[in-house]
Ligand binder design. Structure first.
Ligand SMILES: [Zn+2]
Length: 234
């Protein structure tokens, strides 16, 4: 009896509280999971997994040597991508990270863009922010990528020691100062990894990722690559 009642209760709930697509906020069809088909077909995907010297790579290499740089989508204001990232970051919808990880992983494996990487490192939040939010918005994406690539996830090597303001509210020229010395590397003496893949949600100026990369390179040496869910070049 229990088995018959539960599914019907679920369908009943789905009529009144349908799950919404985080990209367009329309109700998901029962055959759709996490992101609707319309959004999936219209999200502005980049060709970064195949174009190793893409524009974002060029931009990030102005600030120091970064091996490979991949962003899954182009970021535009008031877009489906912005909505997706907002739901992931502020509304607890962590399944979006896993969904996007499963989306990009086959491309990354086919292109071998990160074939030299030996560890995946999600950009850490400041402990206070982590406590407020309850999760790191790039953790699931990082875990999923690492799983597909057969690599370990490193969560305890880098800490965010400076509680930076949201960079969205800061002028581009001041962002570098805001994140300067924001990260510290703990226990680097025992580190054996040689090429970290740093993971962030959005790359705009690149200041945060570069600050973390510099801290890691200074402490551990080796090489760094970046992957992000979205990027805005201007
Ligand atoms: Zn949608």
């Amino acid at each position: 009896m229990k088995n018959l009642v539960l599914p019907s209760l679920r369908s009943f709930a789905a009529i009144f509280f349908p799950k919404l697509c985080p990209g367009c906020m329309n109700p998901l069809h029962e055959t759709e999971r996490v992101i609707c088909w319309v959004c999936q077909l219209s999200l502005p995907q980049t060709d970064h997994p195949w174009d190793f010297q893409n524009e974002l790579w060029e931009k990030m290499n102005q600030f120091g040597r970064i091996e490979r740089v991949v962003s899954l989508f182009d970021f535009h204001k008031n877009s489906r991508v912005q909505s997706l990232l907002h739901q992931l970051k502020y509304k607890g919808q962590q399944e979006i990270g896993e969904f996007l990880g499963n989306w990009i992983a086959p491309q990354i494996m086919a292109s071998k863009v990160f074939s030299e990487v030996d560890a995946v490192l999600p950009l850490p939040l400041h402990p206070e922010r982590f406590q407020q939010r309850g999760y790191n918005q790039v953790q699931k994406f990082s875990d999923c990528l690492a799983h597909h690539l057969g690599l370990p996830v490193v969560n305890d090597l880098v800490v965010r020691k400076k509680k930076t303001r949201s960079l969205v509210k800061i002028k581009n020229t001041d962002r570098w100062e805001e994140v300067d010395n924001a990260f510290a590397v703990k226990g680097y003496q025992n580190n054996t990894f040689k090429h970290f893949l740093l993971v962030d949600d959005v790359i705009t100026t690149g200041a945060t990722l570069s600050s973390c990369a510099n801290a890691l390179l200074e402490a551990c040496g080796g090489s760094i690559s970046f992957v992000a869910l979205a990027s805005r070049l201007s």
